[in-house]
Design a protein around this ligand. Structure first.
Ligand code: SF4
Length: 228
């Protein structure tokens, strides 16, 4: 049987978050997600989505985009790891493009699919979701996921708002303490406005830095630039 995936959209833009911020990427947004975060503003529904096979996706990307100019191809969602079999067939078709990196944007809760695909990835942008922002405690899932990212360049993104707690800061640090994974703090946005002031951002960053060295604060730059 041919492997297929439901894809919401494919577009080229500048990465606005995390440690490869500012690079040009080709984004492939997959439908569906296994979480339901309070602050989610992404449309990953199947409405207006299209079905692709690995081959038709490759043809679409090469016909519509300047693949050679892109830093990487970003698999995003929703949750792209829900489509792990498709990805494992698709990535080898595009990986031979010189210097093309494979970037996975994930909610970092699905360890089993991660282990199936890890050897095909170059960069993992993993979320650590805070219960105060998502309404659900997923720390144990992030812990297992991040413990299994070894060998792939990985950073963990933490979206926070005024409700972040000391206990959450401690748990985030606990998860990455042994791996040395970089933590990228990202203040939650209300549309294109940062939801907390710069003083609060500094305060939160300092609290993290007291416990862990590899911490950066990077807001969503694409919202300031008004790009996707
Ligand atoms: S994991 Fe991401 S895409 Fe899924 S509901 Fe949460 S914010 Fe939305």
């Amino acid at each position: 049987m041919v492997t297929e995936a439901k894809i919401k959209e494919i577009f080229s833009s500048i990465q606005g978050e995390g440690s490869v911020v500012g690079y040009k990427q080709i984004f492939v947004r997959f439908c569906g997600c296994n979480l339901n975060c309070n602050y989610c503003d992404t449309d990953f529904s199947e409405n207006d989505s299209q079905i692709y096979t690995p081959l038709t996706l490759k043809e679409k990307i090469f016909s519509d985009f300047d693949v050679m100019a892109a830093h990487s191809i970003s698999f995003t969602g929703g949750e792209p790891l829900l489509w792990v079999d498709f990805l494992n067939e698709f990535i080898p078709l595009i990986k031979s493009t010189p210097d093309m990196k494979i970037y996975l944007e994930t909610n970092a809760t699905l360890t089993k699919p991660l282990l199936q695909i890890k050897g095909n990835l170059d960069i993992i942008a993993a979320d650590i979701k805070l219960p105060s922002a998502t309404g659900r405690d997923t720390f144990y899932l992030h812990k297992s996921f991040l413990e299994n990212c070894g060998g792939v360049q990985t950073f963990a993104k933490i979206v926070f708002d005024k409700n972040i707690t000391e206990d959450e800061i401690n748990k985030c640090v606990e998860i990455v303490q042994n791996s040395g994974i970089e933590l990228v703090l990202q203040p939650k946005m209300d549309n294109d406005i940062v939801s907390v002031d710069s003083e609060f951002c500094s305060l939160v960053m300092d609290k993290f830095l007291k416990k862990y060295k590899y911490v950066r604060l990077i807001p969503q730059t694409h919202k300031f630039l008004n790009i996707r």
